[in-house]
Write a protein that binds this ligand. Sequence first.
Ligand code: AGP
Length: 619
Amino acid sequence: MCGIVGYIGPRNTLGILLNGLSTLEYRGYDSAGVSFIQDGKLELIKKKGYVKELRQAVADAGFTLEDNKTNSISAGIGHTRWATHGAPSDENSHPHMSMNGKICVVHNGIIENYAELRSFLKKKGYKFASETDTEVAAQLIEYYYAQNGDKDINAAVRRALLDIEGTYAFCILCVDEPDRLICAKKDNPIVVGVGKDENFIASDVTAMIEYTKDVIFLEDDCVLTMTKDSVEITDIHGEPVEFKVSKVEWDSNAAQKGGYAHFMLKEMFEEPKVFDATVAPRIKDNDIMLEHFDVTKEYLEGLRNINIIACGTAYHAGCVAKYLIEKFCRIPVVCGVASEFIYSDPIVDDKTLTIVISQSGETLDTRNAMKTAKELGSKTLAVVNVIGSTIAREADYVLYTAAGPEISVASTKAYTTQLGCLYLIALKFAHIMGKLDDEKYIHYQKELLAIPEKLQSILDKQKEISKFASRHFNAESTFFIGRGLDYYLSMESSLKLKEISYIHSEAYAGGELKHGTIALIEEGTLVVSPITQDDLVGKMESNIKEVATRGATVLAIIPERFSDKSFSCNAKFIIPDSDELMAPILAILPCQLFAYYMAVYKGCDVDKPRNLAKSVTVE
Ligand code: AGP
């Protein structure tokens, strides 16, 4: 979704803003712009298209971008826009300037009552240059600023916020107060980077990590006033709010490609390391430690149900967790997509534990669902990757995955580490409840600790997948079929393929295909089938035969112990043996590689697929 950057300090402001916007490109966008105050004049440059086009436009306008050159810019803001209100165009790009040219605004989120505010402002004589909801905010701030005799931009922003309904991260410049930036936040992230004689604003820390590791996560309903050497935060009524400065642990290399062709490839190659970093520190003396989450037997036995809420890939990790928790703990689990949860009249109360899964920790659908679960009395346990993110802060308990920054829109290493945390949760719960004896408990811990090496051995054979993809990347349609855990794995694999290669793809339970969908199988249809579960292998052999008979080209992903079986497939990819319950953690990697290479051979923009955003902060 939209990315915001802001800077006040002695460095080359435009260089900082444009580098920051390039770093935020991964969030997904269709246009970009900057606004800054130079020699007392408010400048605005914005364009439909990529940051590199904006960079050219800035250079063409005669401004210097070199990092080592300072300039006389007193403050600047920048934005990458993911269109919601109004098509991608130069006019609809941010920043938006108010009618008298004094105020510029960038915005992430949606102003829900924008039509009403727009007609109020039109009656007051305001004219609009775009179709966006954001321009309404710029004009409304100007309106209240003018009412106060063009004094106190902070007060004007706070007054405007009282009228605005919806979600926002705003960053605002006013030409009359050239040395400061004003920000306001509700439901969309804003991070403040604290430097020496300079301060930064961004939608996430990746855009400022090169310059500072001291950050403040702005809370909802707060207003920030920033100069080069001060940070003040108040509530919407101007009352001071206390804040804390946190240290970011990882360094700027974590957000670089490091020699890989794409972030997605780099991130898949990090899976052995980040899985280990997520799981190994939590296994000590044959026991699993879930820091900050002390669960008792009484608490778990008193639960009527467990609720898992998440979106996209995180939802698919949740499906695996449902299977494991029900199998090990015999507690009923509902795993649902977050966007449906609040409208489903869910059975949730203080006898429910809600597990929330999110890489970014900012996904609005997931946040809303978590809020509803809390209001209904449920405790919430979040499995989150981004430290200090909103979901991590708002949940009752948080378990962090140690995936590090995930830049590619297609989630890979975050998924694997989510599985790591969820396996730990399921095993720990089952052991506390006395449903898993010590021997089995220790067996599964060892199996988890052995995963990184096995993931590495899959990466070592990635050429096999690349070769298969090079022959089939022109496929128009692909089906993923599996049973049990392999069905959930198929769902995730199918999502991966469609989001980055744009090949139509569906995931089906092996046994369900014959109830209608098999009608779509014809000569050359591509079918990928993970088969990792011992008691389901016979049934899957039949399901593969059914599609092969109808002309499908089949790739089977199987553990070593099934390698002698004569599946009716055209190609096999062998993964290392493991306890069958661990297989989803291994079998997803060849499927991710498959999606990656199909997209690469098709010439797709792997890291930034069309229409998608990394962090989805609208409903
Ligand atoms: C995965 O490849 C996706 N791009 C997407 O489905 C993602 O997993 C989903 O939007 C949830 O994001 P979150 O984990 O940051 O909450």
